[in-house]
Design a protein around this ligand. Sequence first.
Ligand SMILES: [Cu+2]
Length: 181
Amino acid sequence: MKQSLMCIKARVRHPTDETIMRKAFSESLSIMALGCSALLLYATGCARAPEAPPKQVQINADDKMKFDLTAFEAKPGQKISVTLKNVGTTPKFSMGHNFILLDRTVNPGNVQAFLDKASTQASHDYVPPDAKEVLAHTKLLGPNETDTVTFNAPFVPGEYLYLCSFPGHYSQGTKGFMTVK
Ligand SMILES: [Cu+2]
């Protein structure tokens, strides 16, 4: 019985559609009426953990070409909003910063190929157009500028490299990992 009540609470906390909610509620009630079989609860999906709430991540980039946040975690599929701020004072054309999240096929051992490709794309904020390894990115920011990108974390657990692709910045420290687990 306790499990059924938890199930109802979990659904109510994330109402996406009132009709579905009501249906779920009445379904749960009839299950309880049936004798609260654990097997039935499992079959209706009530045993699944509720979805992780959205997560906000703030990263600052400075004139020393460093990110102040070099690691953060995400749950599989979690909605993530990354806000990048350029806290430096050097003009954008010589010290712009962006945030690019890459697929896990890209790692520190092979990232140079991506950086080389990105370095030729100044007119695209150093983001290669149609690059399939780019999962999410902000625009290129000048001093005091801020941009937010919202995306769903991949469902595949692992380490996802993020970086600023302005030429030369990766090797100085504008990089980090998002760990999905
Ligand atoms: Cu940069």
